[in-house]
Ligand binder design. Sequence first.
Ligand SMILES: CC(C)(COP(=O)(O)OP(=O)(O)OC[C@H]1O[C@@H](n2cnc3c(N)ncnc32)[C@H](O)[C@@H]1OP(=O)(O)O)[C@@H](O)C(=O)NCCC(=O)NCCS
Length: 474
Amino acid sequence: MKHVKTKKITKLIVDAEKKAHKETKGDIEPAFAAPVKWPVDCVVGPGLEGAIACESKIGYVNGSKGELIYQGYNIFDLCAYSTFEEVSYLLLHGNLPTKPQLSSFNEKLIEYRNIPNTIGTLMGFPIRTMSAMAALRAGTNFMRYECTYADSPDYIPDRSKIISADEDSIPMETIPMGEEHAIYEFKKGVKESKDAGLDLHPPEGYPACYHLISGVSSVAGAVARIRQGFLPIAFDPELSHAANLIYMITGKKPTPVEERVMDVALILHADHGMNASTFATMVVASTLSDIYLAMGSGIAALSGPLHGGANEEVLKMLEEIGSVSNVASWYKHARAKKKKIMGFGHRVYRAYDPRARVLGPLAEHLVNEGGDAQAKTMLSIAKALEKEVISTLGAKKGIFPNVDFYSGIVYSCLGIPPDFFTPIFAVSRAAGWTARVMEYLKHNRIFRPRAMYVGSFDRKYKQSAGKDKKLKKK
Ligand SMILES: CC(C)(COP(=O)(O)OP(=O)(O)OC[C@H]1O[C@@H](n2cnc3c(N)ncnc32)[C@H](O)[C@@H]1OP(=O)(O)O)[C@@H](O)C(=O)NCCC(=O)NCCS
């Protein structure tokens, strides 16, 4: 992927990092970046906001500094010098791969991209009328059926490396004491099925993670093609993960610059702390359900409008604004109506989202290199709107562009249809979801928060008249 034209991309990322250093100060937040001594004190808001559920080395979002770290590496360095394949390996295994490790990882990804039965099954579904995310979720289930022996009656899950506590064994009705060791442990060394087919793997462990990271891109490609009324395109084993994704969705092999930009976008979306979809994936995995079913829950959570999908809304908003000259009046009106401006603000960042710092210049680069008139107008409106929002809400409320503000423009320039922005997010986040599940299962404890009961007590039970009649008839 080292091509003379992609050098410019590297420079844009390095410049974005310099700008970030200059503009955002701040330190590591000790409340969220230190070993935990259980039980832990933390201020918890509704929806578990601020709650600490586990320790993790996978990634850290420093909201006040606008910093994103994967396994100790700054996101800018990973974007500038790594590929999505390397970053996925890093998230899963803790270190960037050596050359032989990368080549065997790539071999696995190529092998696992091939999911003919899943694609065939999807083609028998009403994909054209289903939401793309629902189809993606169905696809991960079909992959589970095609390539694992999860449903074989002989299959016994290998729990040898998982220490776990089941719900009944936890003293639920007492204050959790954060026991270091689980109360109930699975037997060690349980054998896997003797009848397991050679091509199949268990629905858990690293092969399953590699399979999901790789195969879900083939599912996304097939779903995109079917929804556009075409037949799915087989992946090209010579292409990278990013290039294959563009190829399988659009039917066109990308230029080196397009491939590199998609690669960077995938890196940027690969992990982002304990967000809703990651949490959903981990909650399901913590029951020792398998990783395919867990990832299906992640996809389901991501499909909600409060999580994935704001970038599609950004494009609609820019279209609604229509021209740079309308920006000021549109914004004034939106503020008066207390509208949230799409692509701005974040639950964790109170500074410029580092992912937007990279995607902004990449959008500009793509538009300048070959964007049509529509793309040029969208970009100019976006830049004018960014100025307006930052000058009014930046310093005052910590509202800055988030990852979604420029990603829609980037994906549009790559020929990706808007209904595929969120599926691409899922394709990328497969790396973070699987990595976090693998890490959590090493010290698994089933998730089980409490709700505060605010209902009444001692209500007198009165059988309904209707029920009385039915009983009499019998
Ligand atoms: C992402 C988001 C849900 C985070 O919300 P949050 O952390 O709960 O922030 P709050 O809703 O508590 O907002 C805090 C303040 O900032 C304001 N604010 C937050 N996001 C804003 C936005 N996008 N535009 C204008 N004002 C915004 C709120 O109105 C609120 O103001 P107030 O103190 O006068 O009531 C929110 O910023 C948002 O809806 N953004 C637009 C959608 C989006 O881009 N989503 C993608 C996120 S990656």
